[in-house]
Design a protein around this ligand. Structure first.
Ligand code: FAD
Length: 404
């Protein structure tokens, strides 16, 4: 419906951004029978051609949304998670992701092509009746009395009961709440490569997620798409960034950084996609995600370094939580303040949790990338962890929705 002001007013909730976080939120709301519209800036719903690790804190929620079977069919359920020394090649620690793991966390560890996950979410949103618009860049969204108002770069405007800003690292909606400027560059850069399995010279065990850790660098490798593709991500600290150069994290720096590593790690380098690189960013945690009827979600709220493989997992936790709080606070019948109360509850549940993950991701990166005596101590410690001891990760992978 378009009202006399030319605003669309028929949606209860507008979600800004159709990435993994935005589509998960839209689906969670739609599953509860709410009318939802997603506004996506890009011309299509798309993700970069790379893999994604989904830990049980996220797969448990995908199960709740009825998507786990499809996710497991499209992805790979690996048998092991291994940490190895990138210089010596020694395996340092291994987690058995089999039956005991699944019993402990109530869900599996899954690795999947990002595009495949986005397609599963998109199809589910379409089937659930979510209105999906592409080519809509939101420039402003504010809470005004009993409505949220949303303005797009093309002049279109929307009104809704609530607006969820799932617009990623450089969120326009976040800028309405926080004046914390540009994201923080880590000085590290990632090169990715998701290749047909037959093009990979020496894939590691095809049922394993392996993380090679070394001084100022790491390499992650795992199979995706039912084992038909192999995903590799090489990350290193750029000396040119540290020296203040404008062009940093070049392919030449990549080769130099990994040149002294063990053979299996060096072997991966030629199959990385060299024409595109991802400098990595995060932000310090903030405890304010909500202003009245406007709320942040996913990277817009808590951009984090990727070392715990949790950015998308946290976005999925946000998505299911915000819909749960709308249901709890009965926003349909609790009068004007129901939405504000639901969003305030969402913030109080999610902000401390995501802040802990953001901080731990920075610390985990330091541990992975340490050199010298620190690396020796790290390796000693990792060697002592039993492959069925998940106690160190329970706080992360064992998270449950309030009341579950
Ligand atoms: C190298 C690397 C590896 C990673 N590995 C993992 C992993 O294994 N597991 C994991 O859980 N996480 C991982 N992450 C993190 C994960 O990719 C992100 O945290 C996650 O994709 C964030 O999802 P999002 O929906 O919040 O944001 P995004 O994916 O950034 O989506 C935001 C969407 O909003 C749209 N948008 C932006 N601005 C506007 C606007 N103004 N108006 C309308 N639309 C807009 C964008 O086009 C985009 O579609 C990794 C990150 C990196 C860099």
């Amino acid at each position: 419906m378009v009202d006399g002001l030319g605003q669309r007013t028929d949606e209860e909730i507008v979600v800004v951004g159709g990435g993994i976080g935005g589509l998960s939120a839209a689906l969670s709301f739609a599953r509860d029978g709410r009318r939802v519209r997603v506004l996506e800036r890009a011309d299509s719903f798309a993700e970069v051609g790379a893999g994604l690790q989904l830990a049980p804190n996220a797969t448990r929620l995908l199960d709740r949304l009825g998507l786990l079977e499809a996710v497991q069919q499209a992805g790979v359920t690996p048998a092991r998670l291994v940490i190895a020394d990138a210089r010596s090649g020694e395996g340092l620690a291994s987690a058995d992701l089999g039956a005991r793991f699944r019993r402990t966390f109530g869900a599996p560890y899954v690795v999947i092509h990002r595009h495949d996950l986005l397609q599963i979410l998109l199809t589910a949103c379409q089937q659930a009746g979510v209105a999906l618009e592409t080519g809509r860049e939101v420039v402003r969204a504010v809470s005004q009395g009993p409505q949220a108002h949303i303005e797009c770069a093309d002049g279109s405007t929307y009104a809704a009961h609530a607006v969820i800003g799932a617009d990623g690292l450089r969120s326009a909606l976040r800028a309405e709440l926080h004046a914390d400027g540009e994201p923080v560059a880590s000085g590290y850069v990632a090169y990715r490569g998701a290749l047909p399995i037959e093009q990979v010279e020496r894939p590691h065990d095809l049922d394993t997620v392996i993380v090679w850790v070394g001084p100022g660098l790491h390499l992650v490798q795992y199979p995706i798409r039912r084992g038909e593709m192999y995903n590799q991500v090489a990350v290193f600290r750029s000396p040119a960034y540290a020296a203040g150069a404008a062009d940093w994290g070049t392919p030449e720096e990549l080769d130099e950084a990994f040149s002294a590593m063990c053979r299996p790690v060096r072997t991966a380098m030629p199959s990385l996609q060299r024409n595109f690189r991802w400098p990595t960013y995060d932000r310090a945690p903030v405890d304010r995600w909500v202003d009245g009827r406007a709320a942040l979600l996913g990277d817009a709220a808590h951009p984090m370094l990727q070392y715990l493989a949790q950015g998308a997992c946290q976005a999925i936790e946000d998505a299911v939580t915000v819909a749960q709080q709308f249901a709890r606070h009965d926003t349909a019948s609790a009068g004007e303040r129901g939405v504000e109360r639901a969003l305030a509850a969402y913030e109080s549940i999610r902000a401390p949790r995501a802040a802990r993950v953001q901080r731990a991701a920075r610390a985990w990166g330091d541990i992975w990338h340490i050199d010298g005596t620190g690396a020796m101590l790290r390796n000693e410690l990792l060697r002592t962890i039993e492959d069925d001891d998940f106690s160190y990760a329970d706080w992360l992978w064992g998270w449950r929705l309030p009341g579950d």
